[in-house]
Design a binder for this molecule. Sequence first.
Ligand SMILES: Cc1ncc(C[n+]2csc(CCOP(=O)(O)OP(=O)(O)O)c2C)c(N)n1
Ligand SMILES: [Mg+2]
Length: 557
Amino acid sequence: MIGNPATDFSVALLGQLIRRGVRDVVVCPGSRSQALALAAAAFDSAGLVRLTVRIDERGAGFLALGLAIESGLPVVVITTSGTAVANLHPAVLEARHSGVPLILLTADRPAELRGIGSNQTTNQVGLFGSAVEWIRDVEAPHDSGFGPDYSAELAHEAYSEAAGHSGAAGPVQLNLAFREPLSGPVTEVSTLTPHEWPERGAVVGLPIDQAGHTVVIAGAGAGARAEQLARSLGVPLLAEASSGARFGPNLVGAYRALLRRPEFGGRVRRAIVFGHPTLSRDIPALLQRPDVEVLVVSGPGSEAYNPGHRAASISSAVRYDGEPDASPAGRAWLGSWVHSSREILSGEGEAASAADRSLDDRPGNLGRQQLAAFRETVTRRMLAIAVWQATWPHDRLVLGASRLIRAVDENVAGKKISVHSNRGLAGIDGTVATAVGIAVASQDGDGQAGVTRVLLGDVTLLHDAGSLLFGLGERRPRVQVIVGNDGGGTIFDDLEVAETAPRDAFDRVLYTPHQADFSALAAAYGWTYRRVHNRGELSEALSATDGQFLIEVSLPR
Ligand SMILES: Cc1ncc(C[n+]2csc(CCOP(=O)(O)OP(=O)(O)O)c2C)c(N)n1
Ligand SMILES: [Mg+2]
C-alpha cells in the first residue's frame, strides 16, 4: 500500500535516527513540519523516544541543548519554515562553540514554491552559516519514494556529523521540503534494531615527563579528566566552578587571588589547559606570559582555547604514566597553593554551617551567634555559597552568565557535583530552557535524581521568561530558579565605562533598569514563588526540592 509520502519519509527518517542513538526529540508546532511532528508523537507513544513540545523555537533550541548536554547524545529539533528556523540560531551558535550535538530538522517549501514570494518562505539553506557542521537540503518526498536506503543514509550522515565521529561534535541541519498533502496517518512505528557504531580509535597522548612548577587549568567543558591529571602529576588544579573539575585534593578554588601573587602565579612555568576558561582575566594573562609553556588539551568545541596563539602543543588528550611529583619541592609547590586557597575561602563556609546548625536546632535554644547568622541579609557571596552547598551529586546546577557565576567561582570550595553554564558564547539567553532540558534528561529514569537549580540574574531570567512555560501534558521536572534581583544588569558597573559615561545614559542603555514583578511572573506560569531576605529563609527555600520553584533574592546594586 502506498501511504502519504511526507509521513512515510518522516517515519523512516526518524526511525533511522532513533536506531542510531537519538533518544530525545523536541517539537515546535507548525503546518509544514506536521508529518515530522506526528511521526515523533507516534514514536513517543510507542516508548521509542522521549518527546518534548515547546511553542517558542528559541527556547526549544536551548532546551534541546540542555537535553544533549545531560544525555551526551544528539538531540533532534523539529520546526516549521520561516522565522521559526531563525529562532534556533542562538542555541545553534552556543552548541557550535561548546561542541554539543543537535540535529535540526527544518521543514521547508519544495523547490517550485521557493523564490516566488510564497508565504513563510525564505532561504533556509545557509541561514546558520558556518554555525552548522553539516547541512543537506532534501527535496520533497514524492509518490515514487526515495528508495529504501535514502533515509538511512541521511540519518547516518547527520548523526555521525553531529556526534563528531569525524571532527568536532555540534549542530547539523537537515532542511526538508514537503509538498501537499503534508501528512497522512502514521500506520506503524516499530522497534528498530539498534545500529552498532564502530569503536572510536584511541587518542594519542602527549607525554609529560616531569611536573616542575606546573599548574593544570580547567575551564568550561574540561571535565573530570583535568582533575585526574592534576592528581597524577601532583600539581595544583585551577578549576572554574562550571568546569566539571572543581573538586579533589589538588583543587585551588581561590586561583584568581593566588595567580596575582608573585610567589604563586609568578612562579608558574607550565600550564596545561583543559576546556574553555572564561571567568577571569588572570588565566588568559598567565597563558600569554613568555615564561610560561602552554599545553592545550582541546575541549569538545570546534575552537581550541589558545590566547595569544602561544600554545606549544594542542592535543585531544594527555596521558601521564609516571608517579605524582613527590620531591620536597614538588610537594611544597602543591601544598602551598592548596593550603593558601583553603585559607582564603574558609570564612563564609563557617558562617553558613553555623546557620545550618541553627536551622536543625529550631525551635530549641538558638545560640546568639547562630541566630545572628540566621538573620543576616543575603549577599551575593552568601547566595553563591548557599546554592553550592545545597547541591549534591544527584542534583544539577546551572549558572547563568553575568555576576553570580563569578561570585560562585570566586567563593566556593571543592565538591564533585554536576555544574553547567553556557560558556560557548556566554549569552544571557536560553538559561532557563537549558536548565529545564538538563532537568528533564537527568530526572527521567531510575528515580535517584534530585533537583536542578538555576542561579541567575534578573535580566537573564527576564530574557528567557517564556521558558517558564510548560504546556499541558508536558513533563514538569523538579527545578528551582534562583534569581538574584538587583534591578538590572549590574555587571556593567564594574567596567571602566561606569566611571566615565553620564550616569543617566549609562543606566538606560547598560544597566537597563526594570521593576518586573517576579511573583506575578511565577503565578502566570504556575510556579511556586518565594521571596527570601535572610540566610535562614534562603536555606529553607533551597531545601524545598519539589515542583517548580522560583526563589527571588533582592541584592544591592
Ligand atoms: C544574549 C546576550 N545579550 C546581551 C549580553 C550582554 N550581557 C551580559 S551580562 C548582561 C546583564 C545581565 O544582567 P543580570 O542577569 O541581571 O545579571 P547581573 O549582572 O545584574 O548580576 C548583559 C545584557 C549577553 N551576554 N548575551
Ligand atoms: Mg541583575
